[in-house]
Design a protein around this ligand. Sequence first.
Ligand code: ATP
Length: 329
Amino acid sequence: MKRIAVIPGDGIGEEVIDGALEVLNAFSFPFKYEWGEAGDAVKERKGVALPEETLELCKESDAVLFGAVGETAADVIIKLRMELQTFANIRPAKSFKGVKSLYDDVDIVIVRENTECLYKGLEFEVADGITEGIRIITRNASEKIAHYAFELAKKERRKKVTALHKANVMRKTCALFRDVCRTVAKEYPEIEFNDYYIDAACMYLVMDPWRFDVIVTTNMFGDIVSDLAAGLVGGLGLAPSGNIGEKSAIFEPVHGSAPDIAGKGIANPSAAILSATMMLKHFGFIDEANKIEKTLEKVILEGKTTPDLGGKLKTDEMVREITKNLELS
Ligand code: ATP
């Protein structure tokens, strides 16, 4: 039995996690779900965004299924990623047939270093009107993430790994990351490797996304570039992610709590459902994950979607379409 901590969080987090659980419940996985609270609403009520008991629950679990939080993201999800030492953040961006987007055949996986960089939160106000932030990049973490990217490429039979950095300006931190990636690449001669400056890579991603297969990059660049990649394939409603550590893993949609649509029942549940299928694959339930993904593809192709993808369905109606089709298949 796997222990899964479920943290719905704020806003649409709750709505999409309900949907993901309904889809998982169409099967009988050996999962024990245990709920924890975190986020803006908890902070208002209890004065703390990530209560100790939630952190403990996550640490004791085999995986965390996370929705979204709003203003307290740094105190909740960033802290959880650091505390659970989930060093790799995996963010696939794959085109779905039937989704209006810039291109219809994008298939990129972004492997983002998840424990250091500017997201360590080392920020200080050194004088009135003067602030500073410290960027940490280590050889150890860079080697770990570079190896992860190449191993993922091998496992998924992908052909190329591209490292993104800005070593011409950040001549210590980014140069270390770039050099480590170049060295690790030599261990994988069967996989093509190159590296780009992050700014040029953003342009290439928009104009020529086919030159990318697996992207490996540092924490903040990875955060930004994965939203860009999500925009290439139909938006945040379709972008899942997994945070992988040695012992723990956190699966969460890339999107936030979306206060503009929260409570309206129109949030796209796909990113949360795809995050749940990443969790299934992590535990080895490959066939079931593929079945859910195929069913989701069919439902999207038939236009039975929430309004962000051009459909007219509410979140729960789209989820019902998926579970209905799962039962039929
Ligand atoms: P937060 O501060 O929690 O990150 P945000 O609004 O800044 O919230 P997101 O929540 O990621 O950032 O939302 C960005 C935009 O994408 C919003 O317009 C939101 O409505 C839309 N969006 C995000 N997720 C979804 C979803 N699952 N379905 C439909 N639209 C979504």
